[in-house]
Design a protein around this ligand. Sequence first.
Ligand SMILES: [Zn+2]
Length: 124
Amino acid sequence: MIFCDSLLSVTQEQIIRKRDSLLAQLPDARNILRGSLLDRTIRHSTGRCKRCDSGGGHAVSVLAIGYPGGRMHQISLRKEQAAHVKQGLENYYALKAALEEICELNQQLLRAKPAAAGKKGRKK
Ligand SMILES: [Zn+2]
């Protein structure tokens, strides 16, 4: 199978190129946050604030982070933090998706590598 090698190497090259372009445009990991941004209404107990007494309540944003075992951690956010947190969540999920994709490509590379890598011998 003379074809096979060149076909594989082209594919390999394409995979590497795709992976490297993904790497080049990874979202900034400096501001990443995991979880969900929720809108909650909090109400003070009766007699403590006019707004709540008249049935209004206060809208707050909450960052809810789930942990293994079903544990949940919630952070109430100040108004000016909500946009920053939203961006952080977007960064995290974009970064995570990109990492998954890079792993997929590296898996493909493992399978695409035929004889070339096999001649190094085994180190013990
Ligand atoms: Zn209130």
